[in-house]
Design a protein around this ligand. Structure first.
Ligand SMILES: [Zn+2]
Length: 291
């Protein structure tokens, strides 16, 4: 009994991301592929995205070049692989405001967007700081922030104030303050709709980049290792990671990590003609496989 189909959809990648940016302290370890992905849910009368990618066809290009992002595809083409159009997306829950998670605001014309209030306010605040603090804006596009404020004015962007249950049916959000960003949130899917669901998944945003962040690559003697590129407090990242693991009873398979290519090995998946993976995490009872 599953309420939502859940697909992780790669839409671009960085072929040569420094390993030290993914696993804290892993210096001089070379580079590795860093996929960019969003997660689509369909069920209970909704079509929902967790994060909305970026728009390399227009204003996102500056960051695409800066981070060497390659093989970007428009969401029209990415979502078509699972039989969905961008117009059908009714809600986007934003984990945080970085360019590769919130840069696609204009690509989903009928969606309402949910973000932690502190996240949006925090970036407006950073934008007012002196130029010498510009590293803080290293992965945040000011154009996205301005667009988000405009959507708020139109009533299409809704600020969430901390932890909230049932922001959509069976979907809860948890604020992880001052971690990867000032107002990052992670998202819990209770895929049987029950309050004490045993069919939970957690979408991490960038609190976690790799399964290795969960156990330090030492499953027999696990050690939580933070990622290597965050803007807040590493102790708080470690504690948030522990909360996430507790919320899924330690079952790492139920931790959905948008930048972790190994998700495609954990669940059934396929590679599209564009070279992107589609991971089918769950299939709603009345839905058909996209594989
Ligand atoms: Zn980020």
């Amino acid at each position: 009994m599953a309420d939502y189909s859940i697909w992780i959809l790669e839409f671009a990648c960085v072929p040569d991301a420094p390993t030290s940016s993914l696993i804290f302290g892993r210096h001089n370890a070379g580079t590795e592929k860093l996929p960019y992905a969003y997660t689509l849910l369909r069920g209970r009368g909704h079509t929902i995205l967790f994060d909305c990618g970026l728009n390399a066809a227009s204003h996102g290009l500056e960051f695409v070049q800066k981070y060497n992002v390659s093989n970007w595809a428009h969401p029209r083409d990415v979502l078509a692989e699972v039989g969905v159009t961008p117009e059908e997306v009714d809600h986007v829950i934003l984990s945080h405001a970085h360019f590769d998670h919130m840069g696609g605001l204009e690509l989903f014309p009928n969606a309402k967007f949910l973000i932690q209030r502190e996240e949006l306010a925090g970036w407006v605040s950073v934008m007012t700081m002196d130029r010498k603090f510009r590293w803080l804006m290293g992965a945040t596009d000011p154009g996205d922030i301005i667009h988000a404020v405009q959507l708020a004015r139109e009533g299409r962007l809704i600020g969430i104030d901390g932890d909230q249950d049932d922001v959509l049916p069976g979907i809860d959000v948890r604020l992880a303050r001052d971690t990867h960003t000032v107002g990052s949130q992670y998202i819990i899917v209770r895929n049987d709709g029950m309050p004490n669901s045993e069919d939970r998944y957690i979408y991490t945003g960038d609190l976690i980049y790799r399964f290795e962040n969960l156990d330090g690559g030492e499953p027999d003697d696990p050690k939580i290792l933070p990622n290597g590129l965050s803007f807040g407090d590493y102790t708080k990242i470690i504690l948030a990671t522990d909360r996430i693991l507790n919320d899924v009873s330690g079952d790492a398979k139920r931790v959905l990590i948008p930048h972790e290519g190994a998700m495609a090995d954990v669940y059934p998946s396929r590679t599209t003609s564009r070279g992107h993976y589609i991971v089918e995490v769950a299939l709603a009872d009345d839905d058909k496989s996209a594989l």
